[in-house]
Ligand binder design. Structure first.
Ligand code: FAD
Ligand code: FES
Ligand code: FES
Length: 1493
């Protein structure tokens, strides 16, 4: 064996022994192997001395055929990298378990002796796994970047659902939704609902198990339930319940064609229900199955044509197209046959793990196999870094660049991993349980459940621990992370430490010098992330006491985070109380908090004040509350901020505990309402799948054409493009100051680093070429003399690998001279720091300067200032680009994850000096974009193009998640200073607003965003006198940019806040206020656009009220809030309309689309258009349009990508205009072709195949390629025009909708749950309703994130964005979505109640004719839908506002409510203004973190 050389530099200074000397004997004697052997998708792999810096993800993604596993965040927070570890159970011999893990954190060394299953291992497009197929068919994949990770999490769940005892599959909806199996996976596109629907199809149909009823223990409920018995002796293959030798689950010899799947009828209300959408009991109707084009064999000549085989090849496309029954899709699923699953490789049963060691000069890995080996190693080299789940260590390596030169993987050491719990009477007699220090938390969670179920109250500490583990990270984290890892990290917000302290746990540590010693837990964390553990100590056990039988006490734990799932605590706590024999006096009490100090801390003054006191009685409660204030007198400057909220939480959690202890000890007189934490129910909901406008192809619910590829991991994103010959990778050098002069940039140290080839910066291009901008050219590609924000790009190092490039970029030394930075809108206003934009809108009296007079005439003028923060796009695929220079003519392929091929081409041309005609900017698909890749993607393509040209080598870049968040800008934070005049009856008379947005350091599209905000502030309301002024603030932040909605959601949020203020001030019903002010047909907007005949808000409102049972629920909410049993929870409900203008409003030239359609003479058709695909389904819709127009089947149409060689001057795909612009252009091209083909159709008959028609035309020398073009007519409003007769429309039309949401708010913590949402949207005649539902649900959930959990915060002293990763920035998760989530589309003028029309389809049709749109001149009379529903996420915000108002009313608060967006748990809790909030006030001002609105 070749010994790895020991590192030259050892980072641990305290080590006196140089590792080369101390470790070499051990390596020679014990660690004689440097081979890692494992199975990857059933194939044996042996790696000799692999790269020691590699995580499992690095290894997987380096394999050319394994690109399905994605890098989304690199910190265990998104799940894009999820793979499944199939391994022997540590607790039951002959059993295997499947664990979803984050490959981005998992050290490569950890795979030895295990079977890794990646997305490629379970299926492919030809033979997909049922999970892959169902997610695709049920529209659970939009951009697809998250999909493989989600599939793998579900795969682990399904495979673990075999109940060994019952010999059945046990999987319930509760298992899927409530046990946290998906809480480590994020999706930014879908709104999660269709993924859950797809997962739930496994519950009943396939697993055919005793379907666990909700409430019954399913997966995870029992210790043995997730184990797979493999009877090696009988040579049974090991597929759970699916072995062909298993009589119960015999594997069918011929696969079944479909499973019987019916998603149950869902009730919307008593009077309205909608039919089932997925019913596969019916046979597919031949006629409705799209048959595929007959282009299997190309036809070269007339003669060949006669021999051509008209054989249909079943493609991935047609297998996905559902049949339809009266407009309702009938979806057929492949059955789940467990016997076809991957088995545990037989060789691994016999695998004997050996000590391993491998590495290089920089880093060595050891993998001991016994505790003794580990003890020995630590004694020789005490600073060796122990690594278990690596959920801390890898984050430190990745983000803090901690360089652990000697690392030891300990997760497989049986003594550290396997806990032996006594059973039967022995357990009853036990005084404690010794938990193996590195037992994975998932197993610990199960163990806690098991022990508690067996001995009840005696295991109270375990129950409290279980509760904390349930919401500890995501499932992938819990599957590998350990208690020892948590303890040794000593984080102040550790979820384990408060409990371990409160229950007087101790730990047993071992070292060679001291042997095994027991240390009480309490003293272990000594300071911020510091413990008292000696360097060579190994934590071997955690000893947790079981309480005595007649112990008169209670143990409880609590946690409050920004988001309930997968988030670290803001404050957590564990409390233990013991009363005397009479249940009267406090004998002992421990109140341990996390998040209140630099380390886990006891409220010791409180303890003192309560010891010996009477517990039952409000005196103890009051004494406790005021003593906690003294214990934790946090100041505004507290690290991490939120001083007031933290204090309020500390008191609130104690308050809850006090009540809970009373209830549990059976002390009477205390209500339970303070105890119950908000529980989320299993989600449900329907889409009104019926479509009366369905045509042969257009109007059908067809899954995205690449959905299946996305589910199997075969869909290619930029970073999946195979590595090019001699390819290099770029690492960005960025500013660490918000505003500073650049004194010196020294890149020479970077050039000396391994693998580095070169460096580019401003001096690599001319001064003129260095300036770019999407509207105004006002920002440099590379900083030139001065930096204007933290994160600004100064230069780029390029190297052989990404790891080397990034390391070298960090080595560039930059000297700065700091200058004053402006960050917030208030600071910008103060400094008058504005870009030249200043636009105004005037209507009514404002035109004549008579606004003041009007206000004087109004009954009630009101004023206020309202703010809304920004929003990070958080597309799952970060910005990436690959430039491949050609050998001749300077031409190059520029692959970029961009919405804007034209601008990419234009600026690459500018920086390289190569004409645009030689730059082919290309993009196949983006892993999400949401506006964030409309302009801000451009510089990255340019950086690599500059370097590629210089080196004449392919060059790639992919931003890390934190780089992407730091550099690329967000949705604009806005502020409105408003005045509204209103009559006492509630008619709005006048509105005067100064609007400010925070643009950041450059203009980008900030002016246009402001324009859209100003033109949407009217929302759906007619206001006769309006004066709006927009100011674009110039600050030292990243340049804020386009984001779905583009200023409109902010504008409408202001309006609705104003509405709320009016309703609260005038004490009138808000719904009545809204109704009274709604536009009517013929009214004019503030930009004089006439509300035309297609004004459907009244109908949408009516239908939403009806379908959501609004009036009854509004009353129920009021009753709930009035009940004396609901003093600690309040509900709110809100119903809000929205209208969204379609067109690039102030960039008229962008309102154009182009298409290029080529018919090949085999009948196949190549379609290019100017749109890009980012998950919104544009390619699918355009293929539908082309197929419909040309009279061919859908799979005859192929769109490989968008590229500038095919379409010149393409507008960015943005403003929800993709289908409108490109659909018409496609239609135009098809019409040209149809005209040319007409003679041949006439000749060959109307049913002639396209191949025959095309071939005949070809032989007649007819051009079968056509360009189509479209420009939007009518529009062209000119700013400043106040003449209604002259003003052209700003928008071509309005997409409209109404949403209704109901919430429940926990007044003690600020946490909430969305109980139900109903959305009804007017999308015209949808081209593809399935895609539109997906857009509506996805946009709504994204909007919900904007208005609730997504908060960007900056460090107030360094001006650095602090929320730049999954750890700190919280987008909605699977569990954030409404419990009941119904979406429907406007189909008729009225909604016919179910009683008269039981179902729209099979049981009778709505007698009304389907709705038609009178003035809509769009493709198929459809409407743009990407952005419009986003604002309806605000229904959650305004429902929360109602809940807060109810709480304030109860608390007697008189002051008007000011609730800015986002309504975070912190804002909501503090807005309640109860006694606790008053007791915990801290000074006003800016804390460590700040928002910038
Ligand atoms: C996405 C994500 C979410 C998270 N969420 C939470 C959360 O909700 N709550 C929370 O408290 N934490 C959370 N964490 C932090 C982390 O997961 C925990 O601290 C976890 O317990 C660490 O365990 P590990 O086995 O992965 O430790 P590792 O990263 O392997 O090691 C951490 C430290 O422990 C030391 N160590 C490990 N085992 C031993 C041993 N036997 N003896 C001595 N030292 C040892 C290591 O040397 C290292 O210093 C999260 C982390 C991530 C990445
Ligand atoms: S990339 Fe691994 S969790 Fe995000
Ligand atoms: S489909 Fe989930 S992130 Fe795009």
């Amino acid at each position: 064996m070749a010994l790895p050389s020991t590192p030259k530099s050892v980072s641990h200074p305290s080590s006196s022994t140089f590792p080369a000397e101390s470790l070499t004997p051990l390596i020679g004697l014990t660690y004689t192997s440097s081979d890692i052997t494992f199975y990857l998708n059933a194939k044996r792999v042996t790696l000799n001395n692999p790269n020691p810096h590699w995580t499992l993800l690095d290894y997987i993604r380096a394999q050319p055929t394994l690109k399905g596993t994605k890098l989304g965040c690199g910190e265990g927070g998104c799940g894009a990298c999820t793979v499944v570890l199939q391994t022997r159970s540590t607790r039951q011999r002959n059993s295997i378990v499947h664990r979803a893990i984050n490959a981005c954190l998992f050290p490569l060394v950890g795979v030895d002796g295990k079977h890794i299953i990646t997305i490629e291992g379970i299926g492919n497009v030809e033979n997909p796994h049922p999970l892959q197929e169902r997610i695709a068919k049920l529209h659970g994949s939009q951009c697809g970047f998250c999909t493989p990770g989600i599939v793998m999490s579900l795969y682990a769940l399904v495979r673990n659902s075999w109940d060994q005892e019952r010999k059945k599959f046990v999987l319930s909806e509760k298992d899927i939704e409530s046990e946290g199996h998906l809480d480590g996976n994020l999706c930014r596109c879908t709104g999660y609902k269709p993924i859950l629907e797809a997962a739930k199809t496994f519950v009943k149909e396939d697993l055919e198990g005793e379907v666990a009823e909700d409430g019954e223990e399913g997966y995870g409920g029992k210790v043995d339930e997730e184990r797979e018995l493999v009877q090696i002796s009988n040579r049974i293959c090991g597929r759970r319940g699916g072995c062909c030798q298993d009589p119960q689950f015999s594997c069918p010899t011929t696969p079944a064609t479909s499973v019987t799947t019916t998603i149950p009828f869902a009730k919307l209300s008593d009077s309205v229900s909608l039919p089932a959408r997925v019913d596969t009991t019916k046979k597919l109707q031949e006629s409705s199955v799209i048959s595929g084009a007959t282009y299997a064999k190309p036809i070269k000549s007339r003669e060949d044509r006669h021999n051509a085989m008209d054989i249909k090849t079943e493609s991935a496309v047609d297998t996905l197209i559902p049949a339809s029954d009266h407009g309702i899709p009938q979806i057929k699923f492949k059955p789940y046959t467990p016997c076809s699953e991957l088995i545990f490789p037989p060789a691994l049963w016999k695998y004997e793990s050996k000590p391993l060691c491998y590495g290089n000069e920089e880093k060595i890995w050891f993998r001991p196999t016994t505790l003794d080996q580990l003890v020995e190693l630590k004694s020789v080299y005490p600073s060796a870094k122990l690594v278990c789940g690596a959920t801390e260590v890898q984050v430190e390596v990745r983000f803090k660049h901690s360089d652990y030169s000697v690392a030891v993987y300990i997760a497989d050491i049986p003594e550290l991993r396997e806990t032996s719990v006594p059973s039967g009477p022995a357990l009853q007699r036990s005084t404690h349980i010794l938990i193996a220090a590195n037992m994975p938390l998932t197993e610990l969670e199960e163990m806690c459940k098991d022990v508690y179920s067996k001995i009840g109250r005696r295991a109270m500490a375990f129950e409290a621990l279980r509760k904390q583990i349930r919401y500890f990270g995501g499932r992938q984290v819990r599957n590998v992370a350990s208690l020892a890892g948590n303890i040794a990290t000593a984080s102040p917000i550790s979820d384990a430490n408060p409990i371990l302290t409160a229950v007087d746990a101790s730990i047993i540590v071992r070292s060679k010098s001291r042997g095994a010693i027991t240390i009480p837990f309490e003293g272990i964390p000594t300071a911020y992330r510091t413990t008292c553990l000696p360097a060579d100590a190994i934590i071997t056990y955690i000893r947790i006491p079981l309480i005595p039988v007649r112990w008169k006490g209670v143990i409880k734990a609590y946690k409050q985070a920004k988001r309930k799932e997968d988030d670290v605590a803001i404050v957590n706590a564990a409390f233990q109380i013991r009363l005397d024999e009479k249940y009267d006096l406090v004998e002992d009490i421990r109140l341990i908090y996390g998040g209140m100090a630099q380390t886990t801390k006891e409220a010791s003054k409180t303890r003192k004040s309560l010891l010996g006191k009477k517990w039952f009685g409000t005196e103890s409660l009051e004494a406790g509350l005021s003593a906690i204030c003294q214990d934790f007198d946090l100041q505004l400057s507290v690290p991490g901020g939120m001083a007031h909220y933290r204090k309020a939480l500390a008191l609130s959690l104690f308050f809850r505990f006090w009540h809970e202890s009373m209830a549990e000890l059976g002390l009477s007189g205390v209500g339970t309402e303070a105890i119950e934490e908000i529980q989320r129910r299993i989600s449900s909901g329907v889409r009104d799948d019926y479509n009366p406008h369905q045509q042969r192809i257009v109007g059908k619910q067809i899954p995205q054409l690449s959905a299946l590829k996305q589910c199997t991991g075969e869909a290619e994103f930029i970073d999946d493009i195979p590595k090019q010959d001699r390819e290099l990778f770029g690492g960005l050098v960025i500013s660490s100051k918000a505003h500073a002069k650049l004194i010196n940039v020294n890149w020479t140290p970077a050039l000396e680093m391994p693998g580095v080839i070169g460096y580019v910066d401003k001096s690599s291009i001319s001064k003129d070429a260095n300036i770019w901008g999407s509207v105004h050219k006002d920002e440099p590609f590379f900083a030139d003399g001065e930096v204007f924000y933290h994160g600004q790009v100064i230069g780029m190092v390029y190297a052989e690998t990404a790891l080397e490039a990034r390391a070298a970029a960090r080595a560039v030394k930059v000297e700065y001279e700091e200058l004053t930075a402006i960050r917030t809108i208030d600071e910008a206003i103060e400094a008058k720091s504005f870009f030249k934009h200043s636009k105004e809108l005037k209507k009514g009296a404002a035109i004549h300067g008579r606004m003041e007079e009007v206000f004087e005439e109004c009954d009630r003028p009101l004023t206020g200032t309202t703010r809304i923060g920004g929003q990070e796009h958080f597309y799952l695929e970060t910005n990436s680009a690959l430039v491949i220079p050609h050998g001749e003519d300077g031409s190059m392929e520029v692959w970029s994850s961009t919405q804007n091929t034209m601008e990419t081409q234009e600026f690459v041309s500018q920086v390289t000096g190569v004409p645009s005609s030689r730059i082919n900017a290309r993009v196949k698909r983006m892993g999400g974009a949401f506006g964030g890749k409309e302009s801000r993607s451009v510089p990255f393509a340019c950086y690599v193009a500059i370097a590629a040209k210089k080196e004449k080598r392919p060059m790639r870049i992919m931003l890390t998640r934190d780089e992407d968040m730091l550099l690329t800008g967000q949705r604009h934070p806005f502020q409105a200073r408003w005045k509204v005049g209103v009559s006492t009856e509630g008619k709005i008379i006048a509105l005067d607003v100064d609007l400010y947005n925070n643009a950041g350091f450059s203009q980008d599209m900030s002016g246009a965003v402001m324009d859209r905000c100003m033109t949407h502030i009217d929302s759906c309301y007619e206001i006769p006198n309006v004066f709006l002024r927009g100011y674009v603030c110039k600050t030292n932040l990243h340049s804020n940019t386009a984001f779905r909605g583009f200023g409109a959601p902010q504008g409408m949020y202001f309006t609705e806040t104003i509405m709320s203020n009016i309703a609260e001030t005038l004490n009138i019903d808000i719904d009545e206020l809204r109704r009274k002010n709604l536009y009517k047909v013929g009214d004019r907007t503030p930009f004089f656009q006439k509300i035309d005949d297609d004004w459907h808000i009244p109908a949408l409102r009516h239908q939403t009220i009806l379908s959501s049972d609004y009036e009854a629920r509004k009353k129920a909410v009021a009753d709930f809030n009035a009940s004396k049993f609901n003093r600690f929870k309040k509900r709110g409900i809100s119903l809000i309309p929205t209208k969204f203008g379609l067109s690039f409003a102030t960039a008229l030239h962008l309102n154009q689309g182009a298409a290029y359609v080529k018919i090949y003479h085999d009948g196949s058709i190549l379609l290019h258009h100017s749109g890009t695909e980012m998950g919104q389904g544009l390619y699918t819709k355009m293929a539908q349009v082309a197929a419909q127009e040309l009279g061919v089947e859908l799979d005859a149409i192929f769109t490989p990508e968008s590229q500038t060689y095919q379409i010149a001057n393409a507008s960015p795909t943005a403003a929800s205009s993709g289908s409108d612009l490109n659909g018409m252009a496609v239609k135009d091209a098809c019409s040209i072709l149809n005209e040319r083909l007409r003679p041949y159709r006439d000749k060959l008959g109307k049913d002639a195949m396209m191949k025959d028609v095309a071939h005949a035309a070809y032989l007649d020398r007819v051009n079968l390629a056509a360009n189509g073009f479209y420009k939007v007519p009518r529009i062209g409003y000119e700013w400043g025009c106040t003449d209604a007769d002259v003003a052209k429309p700003m928008y071509y039309y309005f997409t409209q909708g109404v949403g209704c949401s109901e919430v429940e708010l926990d007044l003690l913590t600020g946490g909430h749950v969305v109980r139900r949402t109903d959305l009804v949207m007017d999308v015209g005649h949808s081209i593809n309703p399935a895609i539109d539902y997906g857009q509506i649900e996805g946009a709504f959930v994204q909007g919900m994130g904007l208005f609730t959990t997504e908060e960007s915060l900056w460090n107030s002293s360094t001006s650095q964005l602090r929320t730049c990763g999954t750890g700190t920035y919280k987008i909605p998760t699977f569990s954030s979505i409404p419990e009941v989530f119904n979406v429907s589309l406007l189909r008729h003028d009225t909604l016919i109640p179910l009683k008269t029309s039981p179902s729209h389809s099979s049981q009778g049709k709505n007698p009304e004719p389907p709705k038609s749109w009178k003035s809509l001149g769009t493709i198929n009379s459809s409407k743009g839908i990407g952005e419009p529903p986003l604002f309806l996420g605000a229904t959650v915000f305004f429902a929360l506002r109602e809940a807060v108002l109810a709480a304030r009313k109860m608390n007697g608060v008189k002051e008007p409510l000011v609730l800015d967006s986002p309504a975070t748990a912190e804002r909501l809790r503090l807005a309640v203004e109860d006694e606790i909030v008053k007791m915990t006030k801290v000074g006003k001002g800016t804390g460590e973190l700040m928002g910038v609105a």
